[in-house]
Design a protein around this ligand. Sequence first.
Ligand SMILES: [Zn+2]
Length: 346
Amino acid sequence: MKATVFHEHGGPDVLSYEVIDTPTIEANQVLIKVNYVALNHLDLFIRGGIPGLKLEMPHILGSDISGEITEVGSKVSDSLEVGQKIIVDPGVSCGVCEFCIRGQESLCSSYGIIGEHYRGGYAEYLNVAAQNVIPIPKESGLDMAGAASIPLTLMTAWRMLMTKAQIKAGDDILIIGIGGGVALAGLQIAKAAGARVIVTSSSDKKLEKAYTLGADEGINHNETPDYHKEIYRLTNKRGVDIVVDSVGQATWARSMKSLRKGGKLVTCGATSGPIAETNVNLLFWKQLEILGSTMGSRDELRTALKLVWNGTIRPTVDRILPLSKAQEAHEILEQGAQMGKLVLKP
Ligand SMILES: [Zn+2]
């Protein structure tokens, strides 16, 4: 089969479109013909090399996959069959530890992600455990490129907002950097929850698009670098209830300042760098909460997907490129030039 792989860590140029062996399945697995695979920022980090992450080379990226079942293992239940349209739940956990038993799979000490710890979907075919396969309901009317752009960012944003920050109707929420997948999923989840959503971006075009997805207020943080002051104006000097900040170092201090007393800052990443400054005086005096979050559980993904199946949350695809152009897609993502998901077609 054709696949885009890398043999060593490095820049986008290490990605190589080649022919490799088609995977075979074990008894508890199914074989997927990949229709589309969406990029995540995670792909860039893995390609560049993550300290402590040892990969079997060549590695295949790709955590967000839509496709069709072409083969079913002998021990897989009858509910999965050849020809079914599916998406892949990218989380892999042990299934037996205290956290897995409680349905908190992303806390499992052996938690891994398809495309990171395991070979992913930048390929024509992928073998996955049956429990990672989620059939797409026919009545959802979801196209397959949109379907690929959903799982990872949706489960991540859902856990951040619903489980960790416990967003409520009427909350004011600030989402930093609205072009990214988690931010866009977060915007739609927050609107569905009845919150007022303020977003920031360096691009007016991205802000315009965010308005069409329900954003109430947009701040261009190039024109208004002290955006926390604008937040105070927009909230009658109160501050917001929740900030979603996955940018990290570059925005952390301003995110802290944007919170109301008792507000919550929730993060799932640090695209601008991981070492951020926290003013401890601000933390205790304003009784702030800093919440870390990673991926989501099987339950969180399936609960969130109900809002996709019924059309409340819509996928946002920036553009679709052939799998052979994965290098170009990585460059676009590195520059932050996308609005929504970059999707590859094998
Ligand atoms: Zn476990």
